[in-house]
Structure formats: C-alpha cells, structure tokens
Ligand binder design. Structure first.
Ligand code: LRH
Ligand code: MN
Ligand code: MN
Length: 424
C-alpha cells in the first residue's frame, strides 16, 4: 500500500490549529527556530531491513500480523514510514537475510518511494545452507585460513550487491569471540581479523566507507574479538582512511560514557556510523529514547559539537541508522517512535547555547554548565519537530495517523495474518 498525500493533508488540517498554538509558543522562545527546523528537515535516519518484523528473543518469537515477507514488502514498509515522517529516506540491507536478486528492479522500487540504500551489512555470524565451512568458532578471526577466506569472500560479495544498489558503505559486525578462558589466543585472533579486514578493505570502492562495529559481549561471554571502541579504532586506524568505527548504543558495558566515546572518535575523524536503540541492561535493542533519553541528548550534544568542529554537515557527516528489535510493539509504530525520539534529542541538542557553555567551562562554572544543558533538555521541542515534519509534507503526528488509517490492518489484508519477516 502507498499513502495518499490527501490523507496526510487531511490529518494535518485536523491538527493544524492546536499545532500552531503550541508551535508559536515555543518558537518565540528560541533564537533561530528556522535554522533548527531546516536542520531537522534535512536529518534522515536509515531503517534496517531486519527491524520490520518481529525479532524475538532466544526464548521465543511471537510473530506480529502482516509482516513483510519479501524485500519488496520491506521496501514498501520503509516507504510507508518515510511518507509518514519524511525522515526515514533510506534502507539498510543485511545480506543474505535480504538479497536483491534483481538489483535494478529493487533500486527502482525504492526510488518510487523516494528511498536510497544505506550501508550494506555482511553476515558471518550464522551458517547458511550450502556453505562449505562453519562459523561456529568465528569468521574473520578463525584459526583456519579457509574459513577466513570464505568470510572475506562473503564480504566482497556484499560490497558488490551494495554497489549495484548505490550503497556507499559496508558495516562489518563480527560475533567472533570466545566463551571460555584459554579458548583463544587474543593476539592471533586480532591479527587474523586485521588481515581479513585488510583483504575486504582492498576490495572497497574508492568512494565507500568501511564501518567496524564493536560489541562488548554476546553471543560470546568471555571475550569478543572486536569488543570495544579501542579495538575497533585500532583496526580502523590500521586499515586506512576509508575505515571508521561504528557505535551501536547497545554494545557497551553498563554505564559506559558513550557521549565521551563519540566525542573522541569524532575528534580523531574516526567516527563513521551510528546504530540507535536503547537499553536498560545490554544489547536490548529497545526503542530509541525509551529508557535513557537524557543520555541520547548528551550524545547528540557531543555529536553536534564534534561535527561543527570538523565542519561536517550534520545530516551527511555520519551514517545514521536505527538498529532495534521489536518483540511486543508493532515494528512500524516502534520505528516511528524511534525516529521521533532521535529527532527530539537532536532538536534539544541544537538548542544548547554553546557560547555560554564554553564560557562556563572556562570559568569552571559547573552549575551554569549543568543549567545550560538541562535547560535545553527540558525544552519541549515536540512542536518544532512536528513543524519540520509538516513543512516536509509528512504527518504532524505520524503514530496517530498510522493508527487512524489502520495501516497494519490494511497490510494484513494484503499479506495475510501469518506472513513472517526474515531477519533476526
Ligand atoms: C549485533 C548487531 C549488528 C548486526 C545487527 C543485526 O548485535 O547490532 O549491527 O548486524 O545487530
Ligand atoms: Mn548494530
Ligand atoms: Mn546489536
């Protein structure tokens, strides 16, 4: 299904008066509200193809109705999101979960929804049917050179798929690690990973980026070969200028200061991409901003500071993506909520008075510095984000419109109650 522009206009007209009242109230309080709105309109967050169905946990999966069972249907879903919020203009594919067999057709279909292709993701953490060697004991770090070669070849194939679609980056996340002391020689595992990544890097087109994603633990529980930003940065630095660290918010040990991590990576020019989600405990993959909204704001505060310091455009300077898993809520609604939460945090961080903050820091005026940050965080920017949506031709309240139009009900009619998405 495709949304009709009239449906959005009608929805916006019905909310127009109340929205205008709230917007005028806050717009008067903000110095350059037009600049904030423009930045919000430009900011796009890619949607991963694996987040459109039910993720499940290792204890079970309770499928939702009308899940997209083909890549075409996943593109249709992202098209719906983008029509509702005009902020989800790209899709990120995980291969082989989603293989674009006819790339041109898939590209054209995406273009018909005004979508482009974000990073492509390789998968060497599961065995696929017909595969010669198993990844049970790892992939790029494996003790056996034949397994490493198989994993390298897969990554090169993923790059080729990405090239056909117009992607400009490859994200590599490895499950490689060990669950028992003594299982691995850490140095050899790291060296093997580096030389495998070097082979992949050599196959990277010159206008592409390679994102090295790290994760503290899971599926292994004693060591992970690329466990933290230090290990990722080391690899990215050794690989070269086209290699960067990718930060997934759920991939840290509890209470890690992620805002400090992103600030230093950006300073070094080595922060490449971002996976948004939220968590209480570990890689919980919950809706962005649902657990720690202040942390999300503080991260954006550092991102803006760092991007501005390097003269980088906020919208295009880094690869922005959601990486979440949906077990209870409708994935499409959850994704609308995530995109909204990300934009709210971004808008709040744009309000930070950076000149005064710098001055407060110079004077060691902790109270003033805290007041400046919290003043921005406690500003209700919802009408500003809604105004940006409205001006872009999106819905003032995407979740309300999704519900009012019974989008999921219509998808169930088209796809059936029992259609199941591939992915996590
Ligand atoms: C690993 C991860 C990585 C994968 C995705 C499915 O936990 O964050 O980005 O590609 O989940
Ligand atoms: Mn991730
Ligand atoms: Mn993850």
């Amino acid at each position: 299904m495709k949304l009709d522009i009239n449906q959005i206009e009608q929805h916006n007209a019905s909310l127009s008066e109340a929205h205008q009242r709230k917007f005028d109230f806050i717009a008067n309080e903000i110095k350059d509200v037009e600049a904030v709105i423009e930045k919000l309109q430009a900011f796009q967050i890619a949607i991963p193809s694996w987040a459109l169905g039910t993720g499940g946990t290792r204890f079970g999966r309770f499928n939702g109705p009308g899940e997209p069972s083909t890549l075409e249907q996943k593109i249709e879903d992202v098209g719906l999101l983008h029509a509702l919020n005009k902020s989800s203009g790209a899709i990120s594919l995980h291969i082989p979960w989603d293989i674009p067999t006819d790339a041109q057709k898939i590209k054209d279909l995406a273009a018909s929804y005004d979508l482009t292709f974000d990073a492509v993701n390789s998968n060497t953490f599961q065995d696929q049917a017909g595969q010669e060697f198993s990844y049970k004991y790892g992939s790029l770090h494996h003790v056996d050179a034949r397994v490493r070669k198989q994993a390298v070849d897969h990554n090169i194939e993923v790059i080729k798929h990405g090239e056909a679609l117009g992607s400009k980056s490859l994200t590599v996340w490895l499950a490689d690690g060990s669950s028992f002391p003594g299982q691995l020689n850490f140095r050899e595992a790291f060296q093997n990973t580096l030389s495998s990544l070097q082979e992949i890097y050599a196959a990277l087109p010159s206008d592409w980026k390679l994102f090295v994603e790290y994760k503290a633990f899971e599926p292994h529980f004693y060591s992970t070969t690329i466990a933290d930003w230090g290990q990722s940065l080391l690899l990215a630095s050794k690989l070269g200028d086209q290699a960067y660290t990718l930060v997934d918010l759920g991939h840290h040990l509890p209470n890690a200061n992620i805002e400090q991590i992103v600030s230093l990576l950006l300073m070094e020019g080595k922060l490449g991409g971002f996976h948004f989600n939220d968590s209480k405990y570990a890689d919980d993959d919950l809706t962005a901003g649902s657990i720690k909204p202040y942390q999300l704001f503080l991260i954006f505060n550092e991102l803006i500071d760092g991007l501005d310091a390097r003269g980088l455009d906020h919208a295009t300077g880094l690869g922005w993506m959601i990486d979440a898993s949906h077990n209870l809520k409708d994935p499409l609604v959850d994704l609308l909520q995530s995109v909204d939460a990300i934009k709210l945090a971004y808008a709040q961080a744009l309000l930070v008075d950076r000149v005064s903050l710098k001055q407060a820091q110079q004077e060691n005026n902790i109270i003033k510095a805290q007041e400046i940050l919290q003043d921005a965080f406690r500003t209700d920017v919802r009408p500003i984000v809604a105004e940006a949506r409205k001006r872009s031709g999106a819905a003032i309240d995407p979740v309300a419109l999704f519900t009012a139009l019974n989008v999921r009900g219509q998808l169930v009619q088209e796809r059936g109650e029992k259609s199941v998405a591939t992915g996590l």
